[in-house]
Ligand binder design. Sequence first.
Ligand SMILES: CC(C)(COP(=O)(O)OP(=O)(O)OC[C@H]1O[C@@H](n2cnc3c(N)ncnc32)[C@H](O)[C@@H]1OP(=O)(O)O)[C@@H](O)C(=O)NCCC(=O)NCCS
Length: 324
Amino acid sequence: MTVLRWRPAVLTDVDALTDLFAACEQKDPVGLDVEPDRVRARLAMPGLDLARDTLVAEDAGRIVAYGETADMGTGPGVLRIRLTNVVDKSARDQATRRLHDWLIERASQLRKERWPDLPAMLGTRCGAGDPERLQLLADADFSVVRWEWTLVRDLNAPVSATAAPGGVELVPFDRRYDEETRLAHNEAYADSPTAMIPDRESWPSHATGLPTFLPDASVLALDSDKPDGNEVVGFLFTLDHVGVDGRPAVLLHCLGTRPSWRRRGLASAMIGNALTACRAAGHHRAELHVGGDNREAVRLYTRLGFAHTGRGHAILTCRPPTDR
Ligand SMILES: CC(C)(COP(=O)(O)OP(=O)(O)OC[C@H]1O[C@@H](n2cnc3c(N)ncnc32)[C@H](O)[C@@H]1OP(=O)(O)O)[C@@H](O)C(=O)NCCC(=O)NCCS
């Protein structure tokens, strides 16, 4: 067994970390960034002190593990700290537990340094294909908030056409409606406890400003009776993506219908519209991630031909031991 060399990450690790993340995503996806630009942005995230908040393990000069504690800001009376524990399969026995212990310790320090008066909530993701780490987390009193599963659809299979409800026009994404779409998004996701509710600043990195965003395969639903403002009643964002089989795919990344427009077939029509656009653009496979507890959405997707891949990850949280 080789001895791993441990050190903090540095900005020049971007390519090596991108390789590690891509290899791990291929085996057991948890939604890590797999493009160098996004990994670079992650390492340069405001508030992330690389020297203290990250740890990498090298095996003969190759990075085989990465740990990170990230201050995700304060929620209602609590500091949220994200723990990232990424280990190449070849190094799991040596690195997973060591990183886990370091992350818990570092998270406690981070809270004391930055928000000594607030309790912390630790959050992390763990792939369905990593039962050992799931057990490690359960033993450390983490509990699963929810599972997210990856569903897939062959774009060559016929798409059943669902018409949009009367008075609604479906159009490809149009940047003029970007801010209005953000408001529609935040209204649609207001009741989803773990959903991100982006502000103006963080909105572009949510979808419409990403380099992988596909505007022509994304859909806006516009209420024709409200020509000035408030007319975006539904949206579906599509991204260029590498599928769970390692081949090119599109990702139906984010879908929502404003509450007063639900159960009229709008989401079904937007999905049908996007799938047709993706197929016309030469794509063959569509994937999406859905929360296992989001029954409405799972039913909708399976009705429209999406199937489970068996790939998915759990989102887990716990109070740090020092706060209990
Ligand atoms: C999930 C979501 C997008 C569904 O949007 P929607 O526009 O209501 O979806 P649809 O109307 O196409 O389908 C929803 C249900 O309404 C039913 N429906 C469709 N037309 C209908 C009509 N005219 N009358 C009654 N019911 C109807 C559909 O059959 C479907 O029911 P089923 O799943 O039991 O078959 C919406 O609930 C939402 O925005 N949720 C919050 C965000 C979210 O969870 N997004 C998905 C993340 S993965």
